[in-house]
Design a protein around this ligand. Structure first.
Ligand SMILES: [Zn+2]
Length: 725
C-alpha cells in the first residue's frame, strides 16, 4: 500500500524526491553517451511523448544516469553563475526547466529497480545510488546557487510573484536549508560523506531483505501439510514449488502475499509457527543477510546528520516539512489511538481463545494462531467466508469499476490506447489514455498488475512524468503496480477483498496525480507532504463498497451475477472486525519507528530496542509488528518513510473526516462534494495541505471520525488533530 516517492519529475523535484557528497563525477565518455542516448533523449511518440521502454537494455541504465547527472550539473552551473541579478525566472523557474534528461533516465531506472530487479539491475543500484547521493549533495551545497535562491526568497513579497511562485520559492529555499546549504565547508564535507555512506547502507538493507524473501521458503511435501488451504492457495504454492524445481510439492514463499493466506487457513499449527518464524525473521537471521549491524550504523549516521544540520534528532528534521510539523504532534495522535486498539485486541483474543477452548485445542493463542482463529471468529460472528467473496472479485471488472468511479467523481474517461502505440517494458503492462468531459487529454495511466520475479512486493503508484504548464502544457503519465497472482490461461484473475481495497487505494494515488492542475512540476500531483499524500488514496478506497460499484462490477466469474446484497451486508457488518489487530500491528511499527529516530546518540541494539519499546507500551504478546525493525523497508530502505510510518494514521484521520463529509452531504456520489474533492486534489503542493483541507471541509479534521471509522470509543479529552500550527 505504499506510495513510491520516485525520482521523477523535473528540476528540483528530481533532486528532492530521493533526499540527499561531493564526489566529482567524471564527464561521460563518448561510448557512455552513445549507450545513454535513447534514455536521455526527449520522449517521442503520441501524448506529448512516452517513455521509450522498447529501447531499454539494462546496460544503458548506468550510462543514462551518468549523462543525466552531468547535464544537470552543467545546467545548474549556468543558473548559479548567471551574471544577471537573480530573479524568479532565471533562478527558480530555470531550476524547474533543468534536469529533464536525468529525470527521464531516472524514470526508466526506477521502473527496472522496482519491477524488473535482477542481478544486473542490482549491480546498477550498487554503483549508482552512491553517485546519485553525491549528485544531490553537489546541488544542495552549491553556494552560488543557494545565494540566488535566497535572494529570490527574500524578495518574494515585493517582486510580483503569484501565490504559487511564492510557495515554490519558499519550498526551494527551505529544502536547501534542510539539506545543509547554510553549513560551513567543513560540515558540508562531513554531511556529504554521511549521505554517501547512507546510500550504500540503504541498498545493502534492501538487498538483504530481498535475499531472505527470495531464498527462503517452507516446502510442503505431503497432502497433510496443506490441510485446510483453499484450492487457490494450494495452486499458487504448487506453482511456486515447481518454479523451484520441486514439481508435485508445495512451497510457501517468504513474502506477505504467500505467508498471510497460509497463516489464515492452515490447520497445521506446527507449520504455521514455522512459516511465521521464517517471515518475521527476515533480515534477522545472522550471517550475510542480517540487517542489525546495518540498522545500528544507519541510526548513528542519521543522528549525526540531524545534529550537524541543527536539529535535535532525525525525527525532528524529517517532520519539519510534514503536515504534523513535529514529532510531538505525531506521537500525540498515535498515543491517543493506541490504548483503544490494545483494549480491542484483548477482546479479539478472548473471542479467539473461546473458540480454541471449545474445539479442545488445548492451546493459548500465539502470534501464529491470530489470523487462523480470527478467520474462525469472523465466520462465527459474521458468517462471512473470504472464499465466498473472491468469485465476485474479477480484476478486469473491478478495474472498470475504478474507471466508473473516476468518471462519476472526477469526470475522467479511461480508454485503452491502440495496441502497440505506446511501448511497455513487459507484456503484462497495459496503457490507458485519460480524457476529461470535453475530450481533452488529461494523461496516461500504465497498469502493471501481476507478480513476477524481480518485482518488489506490495503495491505502489509512481509518476513517470508530472503535470506542468509553466513552459507549455505537459500532461502527466502515472502508473499503478501490484502483485496479483495471474489467473490460469482462459480464466479471470480473482483477487481478495483486501486486494480490491488496495487496488482502489493505489488508483487513488493515480487519480491524485491525474487531477493535478498546477504550473510547476515540483509542486505537482502527489509531490505533497508525506503525511498528507495517503489521504487521497485512502479516501478513494471507500467507493469500492458502494452498491453502485459492487452491483455493476462485482460479478461472479461463472454466473455473471452481481454479488448478493446479503453478502455485501455481511461485508459491511464485518468492516470493523479485527480492527484491533490491524491497528496494533501497524501502530506498534509506527511507534518503534518514531522512538528509534527520537533516541539520542547512544549506540542502538535494534533487537533490544524493539523488545524494550514494545514492552514499555504493553504490546499484546499475540501480535508482532507488521514490519519488524530488521525488515522495515519503509524506514531503512531509504530516508523516505523514516520517522514517517505514522503518516498513514495521520492521513487516515483526514480520510475518515473527508468520508464523513460525503455522508453528511448525501452520500458517496454527491456531486457538489465530488467537485470540492476534485478541486482539493488539483492543488498539488501549491498550498499548505492544512489550508487546502480547511477550504474543502470548512474546518480542521476531527479525530473522532477516525475512532468511529475503526469502531473505537472516542478519547475523552481533545486530541490534536491534523491541522496547521
Ligand atoms: Zn498509498
Amino acid at each position: 500500500m505504499s506510495f513510491k516517492t520516485a525520482l521523477t519529475g523535473a528540476g528540483i523535484a528530481a533532486v528532492l524526491a530521493a533526499g540527499s557528497a561531493a564526489m566529482a563525477t567524471n564527464a561521460p565518455s563518448e561510448s557512455q553517451q552513445q549507450l545513454a542516448a535513447p534514455l536521455v533523449a526527449p520522449w517521442t511518440g503520441p501524448y506529448g511523448g512516452v517513455p521509450p521502454f522498447d529501447k531499454v537494455k539494462v546496460d544503458m541504465l548506468a550510462p543514462a544516469l551518468e549523462v543525466g547527472i552531468a547535464r544537470n550539473l552543467a545546467e545548474i552551473e549556468q543558473i548559479a553563475n548567471n551574471p544577471a541579478p537573480p530573479t524568479f525566472d532565471n533562478t527558480i523557474a530555470a531550476l524547474e526547466r533543468s534536469g529533464r534528461a536525468l529525470s527521464r533516465a531516472a524514470t526508466v531506472y526506477n521502473v527496472y529497480s522496482s519491477t524488473m530487479n535482477d542481478d544486473a539491475v542490482q549491480a546498477v543500484e550498487r554503483e549508482m545510488e552512491p553517485k546519485l547521493a553525491a549528485f544531490f549533495d553537489q546541488v544542495f551545497q552549491n553556494e552560488a546557487l543557494f545565494k540566488r535562491i535566497s535572494a529570490v526568497y527574500d524578495a518574494r513579497e515585493t517582486s510580483n510573484l503569484t501565490a504559487e511562485q511564492k510557495r515554490l520559492a519558499w519550498y526551494n529555499y527551505t529544502q536547501f536549508v534542510r539539506a545543509g546549504a547554510k553549513l560551513d565547508p567543513e560540515k558540508k564535507k562531513r554531511l556529504a560523506a554521511i549521505n554517501q555512506e547512507l546510500a550504500t547502507l540503504y541498498t545493502t538493507f534492501g538487498q538483504n531483505v530481498l535475499a531472505d524473501e527470495n531464498n527462503e521458503f517452507v516446502l510442503l511435501d505431503k497432502e497433510s501439510d496443506v490441510d485446510g488451504l483453499p484450492a487457490s492457495v494450494r495452486e499458487g504454492e504448487a506453482l511456486a514449488a515447481e518454479s523451484r524445481g520441486k514439481k508435485g510439492q508445495w512451497a510457501v514463499q517468504n513474502t506477505r502475499s504467500s505467508v498471510e493466506p497460509f497463516l489464515t487457513y492452515s490447520n497445521r499449527r506446527d507449520l504455521r509457527e514455522k512459516v511465521w518464524r521464517m517471515f518475521v525473521n527476515r533480515g534477522d537471521n545472522g550471517g550475510k543477510t542480517d540487517n542489525n549491524a546495518t540498522i545500528a550504523q544507519i541510526l548513528k549516521l542519521r543522528d549525526e546528520r540531524a545534529k550537524l544540520i541543527g536539529y535535535p534528532t532525525h525525527a525532528h528534521w524529517r517532520l519539519e516539512d510534514s503536515m504534523a510539523k513535529n514529532p510531538d504532534r505525531a506521537m500525540a495522535l498515535m498515543t491517543a489511538v493506541w490504548p483503544a486498539a490494545v483494549a480491542r485486541v484483548h477482546e479479539e483474543v478472548a473471542d479467539m481463545q473461546a473458540i480454541a477452548n471449545k474445539e479442545g485445542a488445548g492451546i493459548k493463542i500465539e502470534p501464529w494462531d491470530y489470523r487462523y482463529y480470527a478467520e474462525k471468529v469472523r465466520k462465527q460472528k459474521y458468517d462471512l467466508d473470504e472464499t465466498e467473496i473472491t468469485p465476485y472479485m474479477q480484476l478486469d471488472n473491478l478495474r472498470e469499476g475504478m474507471f466508473y468511479m473516476a468518471k462519476e467523481l472526477l469526470g475522467f474517461n479511461f480508454k485503452p490506447v491502440k495496441e502497440g502505440s505506446v511501448p511497455v517494458y513487459h507484456p503484462d503492462v497495459k496503457v490507458w489514455e485519460v480524457t476529461d468531459d470535453k475530450g481533452g487529454l488529461v494523461g496516461l495511466w500504465y497498469f502493471d498488475p501481476y507478480a513476477r520475479k524481480g518485482k518488489r512486493s506490495g503495491a505502489w503508484m509512481n509518476a513517470y512524468r508530472n503535470q506542468e504548464r509553466f513552459d507549455g502544457d505537459v500532461k502527466t503519465i502515472v502508473s499503478n503496480n501490484s502483485n496479483f497472482v495471474k489467473g490460469k490461461a482462459g480464466e479471470p484473475t480473482l483477487i481478495s477483498w483486501t486486494d480490491a481495497t488496495t487496488l482502489f487505494h493505489e488508483f487513488g494515488h493515480a487519480l491524485h496525480g491525474l487531477s493535478s492542475n498546477v504550473n510547476y512540476p515540483t509542486l505537482s500531483g502527489t509531490n505533497v507532504a508525506r503525511d498528507y499524500v495517503e489521504f487521497p488514496s485512502q479516501v478513494l478506497e471507500h467507493w469500492l463498497a458502494t452498491p453502485e460499484i459492487l452491483n455493476r462490477f462485482a460479478l461472479n466469474y461463472k454466473t455473471g451475477k452481481p454479488i448478493p446484497p446479503e453478502l455485501v451486508a455481511k461485508i459491511k457488518k464485518a468492516e470493523k472486525f479485527n480492527e484491533g489487530f490491524q491497528t496494533v500491528e501497524y501502530l506498534s511499527s509506527a511507534i518503534v519507528d518514531m522512538k528509534l529516530h527520537l533516541a539520542a546518540a547512544e549506540p542502538i541494539d535494534p533487537d533490544a530496542f524493539e523488545r524494550n519499546t514494545l514492552a514499555a507500551i504493553n504490546m499484546p504478546s499475540e501480535i508482532v509488528m507488521r514490519h519488524r525493525t530488521p525488515q522495515f523497508m519503509h524506514i531503512f530502505g531509504g530516508d523516505g518513510y523514516s520517522a514517517g510510518y505514522y503518516s498513514y494514521l495521520w492521513s487516515d484521520t483526514i480520510t475518515a473526516d473527508a468520508w464523513e463529509s460525503f455522508m453528511e452531504a448525501g452520500g458517496p456520489w454527491d456531486k457538489a462534494q465530488a467537485k470540492k474533492l476534485k478541486e482539493l486534489l488539483s492543488k498539488g503542493n501549491t498550498v499548505d495541505p492544512a489550508d487546502a483541507y480547511r477550504e474543502f471541509r470548512g474546518r480542521d479534521p476531527d479525530i473522532g471520525a477516525l475512532m468511529r471509522k475503526r469502531g473505537f470509543p472516542e478519547p475523552a479529552k481533545a486530541t490534536p488533530a491534523p491541522s496547521a500550527n
